[in-house]
Design a protein around this ligand. Sequence first.
Ligand code: C5P
Length: 242
Amino acid sequence: MRNPVIVALDIADPVRALALARAIGPHVGAVKVGKELFVSAGPDIVRSLRADGVGVFLDLKFHDIPNTVAKAVAAATRLGVQMLTLHASGGSAMMRAAVASAAEAAAALGQPAPLLLGVTVLTSHDDASLAETGVAASVDAQVEHLARLAASAGMPGLVCSPLELPRLRACLPAEVQWVTPGIRTGNEKADDQRRTLSPREAMAAGATWLVVGRPIYAAPDPVEAARAIAADACAAVRPAMG
Ligand code: C5P
């Protein structure tokens, strides 16, 4: 089985981030470069990671007019990233433009297109803060609505909480890939993640990829933590698809 663990490099210093990625790279499926590291270090951090053979998930959550998102996705594809995120609330035209642009840019380079992942409703929202933005639906209903919209626009993957997975998988096509943060092993100090599952539980719930930050990069031995988390994830009994 492929290694489903993606380590969030939530570290602003590119020297530290690269050293960590080099050490744990052989034990994980990819690393996630988010806004903090990308804005601090620029696209060179992605080039360095790719030069070291590390898979990159570029988590910049694009949300703009279709033409602008399509160009940003093409640029990310040329950087050689394996996965990237877009806000599904950007709409179906934006998502379709992104999917077409990734395919076109990848074909021109003779490489596989990156996996485009839709983000639905940020977990920082509750029903009241969503209503504030003009969305009358509950968070649960809006998550499902945007997940369906993303899948129907051709997005191959979605980001969601591991606790939402069974409900969403049941109403979306079996080929959708699911990326879930909110993973904890029970060995960490308490932090801001409240609704969590273990690696094995999240895989058993149907996750394709697990995003894990502090349980790996803040562990006393990040390589050992990455190995243990990957072993736990790979020990899960996979649910039947469909
Ligand atoms: O350190 P931790 O394992 O909590 O890191 C999880 C990663 O997943 C972070 O990069 C965080 O921004 C991201 N994430 C999350 N919860 C979401 C969406 C993304 O924790 N709902």
